[in-house]
Each structure stands twice: as structure tokens, then as C-alpha cells.
Design a protein around this ligand. Structure first.
Ligand code: PLP
Length: 390
């Protein structure tokens, strides 16, 4: 009987493997902020697949593990005593929650019903979704020469209708960290809610100074910062889906917190948009942060930064390749003086590479799966594409 079952499983897995055989393997993926998980994380995905954090009364130990994960993240973010948080489905949900908290706070504290939130032009598309869902107004602020939200323009844009500011710690297109300290000062001066989207940068910036690299101040050490989103399924290497949001104080979650009376523990309060939530993703993060710990993250960030520097060096050897910015984290932009971005991207895609066009450049994210060997292969294909070989 057991043997028969094993045969059926093998057959189904073989069928699925065949179905997915032509999906991109991460080996040639230079466009993603996700990366294949370690073996132990894959095992956890299967072993603890039934744990639902949307019904905490059934899984009290897993709930404790979620609090452990949040405490680790809160400590990376210099969160003060009294912080509260939740694991989310990723950066988009965390940004929606941050804006939701800001809107409620503005309605209560500033009596602004449908105010305006200021966002950098570099903000992720999830903020457009948040604007539409929350029915607030958004004003996009241009960037300065460092690709940061232009502080003078932020200052000029603040009116009595403004209730919040969003700063990005590690933008999608350049990896740049906005000047969170200056935004925090403005938020304090004008009584505004500052949400920081550190979906990607939140698990990179806290490790840079220990690696001898320059590290911006992006977190709760800046008093204007009221909430920060950090993803666990990006640089950390946790299971998809996984993100988090930490609030400076419980008061900011007033609007979000909902009692769910029908669950096994009727005192359950959810801080998420989603109800049912995967426990295996949280347990995976617990292993990464509590068991593998700081050494694991440091080494990951170190090797990605080293490979980014190597990648940049290789690109700089090519006369036709120009970099619009010097990477501060593991995101590189480049363009070619002799071929349009679209054509170059198409040529490289034909050679099997996944990379994105962002604004005026081709964008690469140097995640842990992007090794020096991969970089060499890519640069060889890039040279061929520049020379007109299809
Ligand atoms: C800065 C930033 N914020 C938010 C997100 C959205 O994250 P998710 O895809 O996990 O919803 C991304 C995704 O790349 C991002 O780069």
C-alpha cells in the first residue's frame, strides 16, 4: 500500500516537473528580488504546511515563533519598546497597512478625511494600489541627483491637506535609500505620518557598517518614522510569501486590528489584510533569524555586495556600457550607447537571461544565486549583443 502511494507521488511529481520544465531556472534570473531557498527551508515548507497563523488559537507555539521573528526584525530596525507588528504576505501588503494606519491616524488626529500622502517617484507600484484601495490622494515627488526623494520638493509640497510621507529604504529601481532622517524631521515639524518601505533594503542596510560599507540611517532611530515594512522573502531567503510591518506604537494599528469572533480563540486580533496566513513561511524566517542568525545574514549581504562590485567592474570594462548610478546595494543599472534598451534587453532575453528595463536603464538585482560564474556568462553574452550578434 505504502509502495503504491510512493509510486503515485513519484508519478505526480514527475508530471509536474515536466509541466514546469521550461520555467525559468534562477540560474539566469537577474531581475528578481527573490532567490531559491536553502534546503532546510524547502523541508520546512513541506513539514509545516498546515499551520495557519490566521487561527492563532490552534497554533499557539507558532504564534510565539511569529513574535520571535518580529522581535528580531524590530531589533534590526531599532524599534523602541512598545512596538507592535505582524508578518504579512509581502511588501505590497505591508505598504497598504502602513498607508491605512496613516490614513486613520490623520482622520483622528488631524481631522483630515481624504488627505494627500507624499511619495517619491521611485515608490513601488503597491502605493498606487494603496491609494486606490484607501481612496486617498497621492502626490509623487521628483528625485534629486542622487535618485533620492528631493527634500526641497517635499517641503514645498506639504500643505494642510498632507497627512503622510513615504520614504523608501532600497528602491526597486536603484536600491537607493531616501534621506529618511530629513523626511523624519519634516514629518516631526509638520505632524505627518512617515512610513518607510524597506521591503528590500531592510535586510541589507543593517549589515553594511559591519562590512565596512556606508550604511544609511533608515529606521526607528528617526522619531518621525511610524511604521516600516521589511520582506522576509527577498534578501533573507525566506519562503514566499513573507513580509512584515512593524509599528512604533500599538496606537497606530487601531484601525487595522480586527477581532475575529468565530476563530478557536475569540480574542484573536488580526493586523493583516489576509486572514489565513502560512505558518511555514514564519517558521522558515524563525530558522533563518534565530538559528542561522546574524552570521548567515552578514555572509549573504557580504557575498552579494562583493558580487555586485565584481559585476560593476566587468561592466565598466565595456566602452559602450554606461552606469547611471554607482550601486549602493545589490541593484545595478546600465545602458548601452549603441543599442536602445528595449533591443538590448530583447537580445539578452533571447539568450535566456531574465532582466528588467527600469526607467532609462536595464536593471539587475545581484541576489545570492547570481554567482561570479553567472556574471561572466552574462557579460560574455552582453559583449556579443553589443557586437550585433543575435
Ligand atoms: C521597494 C519595494 N517595495 C515593495 C515591493 C513589493 O513587494 P511584494 O512583491 O512582496 O509585494 C517591492 C517588490 O519588488 C519593492 O521592490
Amino acid at each position: 500500500m505504502q509502495k503504491q502511494q510512493a509510486n503515485i507521488t513519484d508519478k505526480i511529481i514527475a508530471e509536474i516537473s515536466e509541466l514546469l520544465a521550461n520555467e525559468k531556472s534562477y540560474q539566469h534570473v537577474l531581475s528578481s528580488m527573490c532567490t531559491p531557498p536553502k534546503d532546510i527551508i524547502r523541508t520546512i515548507a513541506g513539514l509545516f504546511a498546515e499551520i495557519n497563523l490566521g487561527d492563532p488559537g490552534l497554533f499557539p507555539k507558532a504564534v510565539e515563533m511569529e513574535q520571535d521573528v518580529l522581535a528580531e526584525l524590530a531589533s534590526l530596525l531599532n524599534a523602541p519598546q512598545g512596538w507592535v507588528g505582524t508578518i504579512t504576505s509581502g511588501g505590497s501588503e505591508s505598504n497598504l497597512l502602513g498607508c491605512w494606519a496613516a490614513r486613520h491616524w490623520a482622520r483622528k488626529k488631524k481631522k483630515i478625511q481624504k488627505g494627500t500622502i507624499l511619495l517619491p517617484l521611485s515608490a513601488h507600484v503597491s502605493f498606487e494600489k494603496a491609494r486606490d484601495i484607501l481612496d486617498v490622494k497621492a502626490k509623487w515627488i521628483g528625485l534629486d541627483e542622487h535618485f533620492q526623494m528631493d527634500i526641497t520638493r517635499v517641503q514645498e509640497a506639504i500643505t494642510k491637506d498632507t497627512f503622510g510621507i513615504v520614504g523608501i529604504a532600497g528602491t526597486t529601481g536603484t536600491g537607493v535609500c531616501d534621506n529618511i532622517k530629513a523626511l523624519s524631521d519634516l514629518a516631526e515639524d509638520h505632524e505627518l505620518f512617515l512610513h518607510v518601505d524597506a521591503a528590500h533594503g531592510g535586510t541589507i542596510f543593517p549589515f553594511l557598517s559591519e562590512l565596512g560599507l556606508s550604511a544609511p540611517s533608515f529606521a526607528f532611530e528617526n522619531p518621525g518614522v511610524k511604521s516600516i515594512g521589511v520582506d522576509t522573502h527577498k534578501m533573507m531567503g525566506g519562503l514566499i510569501p513573507g513580509g512584515s510591518i512593524i509599528f512604533r506604537e500599538k496606537t497606530y494599528t487601531e484601525a487595522i486590528a480586527k477581532n475575529i469572533s468565530y476563530l478557536s480563540d475569540s480574542s484573536t486580533q488580526q493586523l493583516t489584510v489576509t486572514g489565513t496566513r502560512p505558518g511555514n513561511s514564519v517558521i522558515a524566517s524563525w530558522v533563518l533569524l534565530k538559528k542561522l542568525g546574524r552570521e548567515y545574514m552578514l555572509e549573504r549581504v557580504r557575498s552579494c555586495m562583493e558580487n555586485t562590485a565584481y559585476f560593476v567592474h566587468q561592466l565598466e570594462q565595456l566602452e559602450e556600457i554606461k552606469l547611471p548610478f554607482q550601486p549602493t546595494i545589490n541593484i545595478i543599472g546600465f545602458r548601452c550607447t549603441s543599442i536602445a534598451n528595449e533591443e538590448l534587453a530583447m537580445n539578452l532575453r533571447k539568450k535566456g537571461w531574465a532582466l528588467s528595463i527600469y526607467d532609462q536603464w536595464l536593471r539587475i538585482v545581484v541576489m545570492p544565486h547570481v554567482s561570479k560564474e553567472t556574471i561572466d556568462l552574462f557579460v560574455a553574452d552582453l559583449k556579443k549583443s553589443i557586437q550585433g550578434e543575435r
